[in-house]
Design a protein around this ligand. Structure first.
Ligand SMILES: Nc1ncnc2c1ncn2[C@@H]1O[C@H](COP(=O)(O)OP(=O)(O)OP(=O)(O)O)[C@@H](O)[C@H]1O
Ligand SMILES: [Mg+2]
Length: 236
């Protein structure tokens, strides 16, 4: 990797307490991610993909070893410091996409920008750009309950991308999308990846997502079993 490393995971193990014992969800992981990567975690259900994304996103910390994100050892961050890291630099698309039901589509996306210093008109422009990326400018005034599953997923994607984060973590982002929308959104993500050098890390089972990845990391039983550069179908 000749680009600067923005995520560095060393000898990292994650155990969860279960009853009186422990469950090892990730075991001795070593991974580096550079600026502008477009990578995916693949592997069976329960292999540790979400657990790894949560640690990279500083929502959780390692039991052993270290995870360093943008120069910060995330186990050593205070609550406030990890919130700041997420607010400024990390976009999330969760497996369950968590829209706020009383707010409109516009407000749900705008929400991601409220903790940063932008004027209302800067926010408006950024929100409309993000909704255009996902093809939802006609739904700005809708509430989440009025949207289809795939539309809700696209709002969650717009909300994660609107602040143009350095790192975008996407947990099964295409779960509720049809083929046409999946391809449109992946092309948009790839474009942002190229233009803004955002590092994307997906977790996915979806062949449609896999064909866009530049790097595919396979997990099995909490271990990295393969880490390979892949030739993206739509490179260039
Ligand atoms: N908070 C927790 N407490 C106990 N065990 C947990 C916890 N979170 C995850 N696990 C266990 O760790 C393992 C990895 O879970 P994880 O959610 O990372 O899997 P995954 O690869 O994302 O699976 P999927 O494809 O189904 O989303 C699973 O066996 C899960 O049951
Ligand atoms: Mg998962």
């Amino acid at each position: 990797m000749n680009t600067a490393s923005i995520i560095s995971i060393k000898n990292m193990t994650k155990r969860f307490p279960v009853g009186k014992g422990e469950f090892t969800a990730l075991e001795n992981i070593n991974l580096e991610f550079g600026e502008g990567e477009f990578a995916g975690l693949v592997g069976p259900s329960g292999s540790g993909k979400t657990t790894l994304l949560n640690i990279i996103g500083s929502l959780d910390s390692p039991t052993e070893g270290t995870a360093t994100v943008m120069g910060k050892n995330i186990a050593q961050l205070s609550h406030k410091e990890s919130a700041l890291l997420r607010n400024l630099h990390i976009g999330f698309i969760f497996q369950s996409y968590n829209l706020l039901p009383v707010y409109t589509v516009f407000e749900n996306v705008e929400f991601a920008l409220l903790l940063q210093n932008h004027t209302a008109s800067e926010r408006r422009k950024a929100v409309m750009d993000a909704l255009e990326w996902v093809g939802l400018t006609d739904k700005v005034k809708s509430k989440p309950a009025m949207l289809s599953g795939g539309e809700g997923q696209r709002v969650a994607i717009a909300r994660a991308m609107v602040k143009r984060p350095k790192i975008l973590l996407a947990d099964e982002p295409s779960a509720n999308l049809d083929a046409k929308n999946s391809h449109q959104i992946l092309k948009t993500m790839k474009q942002l990846n190229k233009e803004l050098k955002t590092t994307f890390i997906f977790s996915t089972h979806d062949e449609k997502v896999m064909q866009y990845l530049d790097r595919t990391i396979s997990l099995a039983d909490g271990k990295v079993v393969k880490d390979e550069l892949t030739v993206a179908a739509n490179a260039g």
